[in-house]
Design a protein around this ligand. Structure first.
Ligand SMILES: Nc1ncnc2c1ncn2[C@@H]1O[C@H](COP(=O)(O)OP(=O)(O)OP(=O)(O)O)[C@@H](O)[C@H]1O
Ligand SMILES: [Mg+2]
Length: 469
């Protein structure tokens, strides 16, 4: 049932009291007219704008106060005029609303209001807004470049049935908008798939933000993911910090190594996925976010669920779609293609041009590649750097692949070089054995972890960010 305002209320003392006590103090110019066009109430802001005293206005016919007013027309027709440009008799230009107040069909009065007091100010505002929008667009683009996905389907090399099937499945998933869990052994290309999926999804023009759940210390995880407000804790940055989820808004967040997400964080992550909103650390109100989650793991999450290490409710939320990336040993026909691909990447990046002998292709194709494509890539890079001449031969293949117990003495190498080579082999093989877990490798080798890191950096196995290449 719609309620009507009746005339006796509109022009009652209560209404006048309300007008004076509330509306007089508003910084917006407003007035109320009766059906005949007499100004019955007007606030101080409006009077100041007109430059008139109240007694020169109140109960006067509107055209006697402002000869340009269109209110008589509005009161006659009952047609509201919203955001009209109006030039007052005093020469000032503004944007105004004129609204007919009705009791049923009968016009019983009028409500006037100035939306923008000064058209020049409005023009400036619009111009400023336009500049800000251009600037914003620029920053959005830059951000997209930084947080964009780097790889697409063409970067995923392979013609084996296994990888072709996997790509097809992933392409289908890209067109849906559900969360995806990518499962696969270390180095199979999970990250590559995550990039390519985002890049061909409807979210491709928005950010792709990666979070390595294993690399962020537990106590920093919440603020990394959800951000924090200024003063949330000691050492908090001025102005606060935006979290990865907010950064990824409308795009995709890639939660790499999700199996390493601390248990307490899992509950918080679950809430975000359920509610579609995040809460900054020290923040007062939740913030809506629209983010697709792609997670990746090389751990058996259902096993972790059974062991009570991973929340089952979170597992179901992230695992709406599941993509299994096959290990390299199950698609050996891709090995020659991948070798060529990595050689040509090296040529592009460093200008070094080398070929691989037939024998080398054969040996590398037979090997089982427990470290998958990452290991293959490493081996190619090391062979390219270490080999002499422009052909890579059998003697350039790392010994652990050739399954020799001891290094052969290479022509021209001194003892130091040979020892280093041997050390490299041992470290590399140990790393591979424990799935590139550096702490475990250090333990097996009985050396401190820091020493292992130093050696890995020296051998070029470890990158600056401490990731195994
Ligand atoms: N099909 C492929 N074609 C070309 N390069 C690939 C392919 N798959 C993987 N790579 C390359 O192999 C390396 C490892 O891939 P990626 O980092 O995606 O593996 P991952 O499954 O995420 O490994 P991890 O579990 O260790 O994080 C990268 O250098 C990537 O570019
Ligand atoms: Mg990865």
């Amino acid at each position: 049932m719609s309620k009507n305002i009746d005339k006796s209320f509109l022009f009652s003392e209560e209404m006048e009291f309300l007008f004076e006590s509330v509306f007089d103090k508003l910084p917006i110019a407003i007035d109320i007219l009766d059906a005949e066009g007499n100004i019955r109430m007007i606030n101080k802001t409006f009077l100041d704008y007109l430059g008139l005293e109240k007694d020169k206005v109140i109960n006067k016919y509107v055209l006697d106060v402002d000869r340009n007013s269109r209110f008589p027309l509005v009161l006659k027709t009952g047609q509201n005029e919203i955001a009209y440009r109006h030039k007052f008799a005093n020469g000032k230009e503004a944007i105004v609303h004129r609204i007919a107040i009705k009791d049923g069909d009968e016009v019983i009065g009028g409500f006037g209001m100035i939306l923008f007091e000064d058209l020049n100010e409005l023009r400036k505002l619009i111009e400023k807004n336009r500049l800000l929008e251009t600037e914003l667009e620029h920053y959005k683009k830059t951000l997209r470049k930084i947080h964009g996905a780097k790889y697409s389907w063409e970067n995923i090399i392979g013609k084996s049935d296994a990888i072709v099937e996997c790509k097809k499945k992933a392409m289908k998933m890209a067109n849906m908008d559900s969360n995806i869990l990518i499962y696969g052994e270390s180095g199979v290309g999970k990250e590559l798939f995550a990039h390519a999926i985002h890049n061909s999804s409807k979210r491709r023009d928005y950010p792709f933000v990666t979070v390595n759940c294993a690399a962020i210390p537990e106590q920093l995880m919440e603020s990394e993911l959800f951000g924090y407000e200024e003063g949330a804790f000691t050492g908090a940055q001025k102005g606060g910090k935006i979290g990865k989820f907010e950064l990824a808004n409308h795009g995709t967040i890639f939660l790499d190594e999700i199996g390493d997400m601390p248990y307490t964080m899992q509950a918080k992550l679950l809430r975000v996925l359920q509610e579609g909103e995040i809460e900054r650390v020290g923040g007062k109100a939740p913030i809506k976010v629209d983010v697709r989650v792609i997670s990746a793991t090389n751990k058996d999450l259902s096993k972790l669920v059974k062991e009570g290490k991973f929340r089952s409710d979170l597992f179901y939320r992230i695992n709406v779609l599941m993509l299994n990336v096959p290990p390299l040993r199950e698609r050996k026909e891709d090995i020659p293609l991948l070798i060529d691909h990595f050689l040509s990447l090296l040529t592009q990046n460093s200008g070094i041009y080398k070929k691989v002998s037939k024998e080398v292709y054969d040996i590398l194709e037979k090997y089982d590649w427990p470290g998958n494509i990452r290991e293959l890539r490493n081996v190619i890079e090391r062979m390219v750097v270490n080999s002499e001449g422009d052909i890579i031969r059998k003697t350039d293949i790392p010994l652990y692949i050739l399954k020799k117990e001891l290094p052969v003495r290479k022509k021209g190498s001194g003892l130091q070089e040979m020892l280093e080579e041997f050390e490299k082999e041992i470290i590399f093989e140990t790393l591979k054995e424990c799935n590139y877990n550096k702490s475990q490798a250090a333990e097996i080798l009985k050396i401190p972890r820091s020493r292992l890191y130093r050696k890995l950096k020296k051998f070029g196995i470890l990158e600056e960010n401490n990731e195994v290449k």
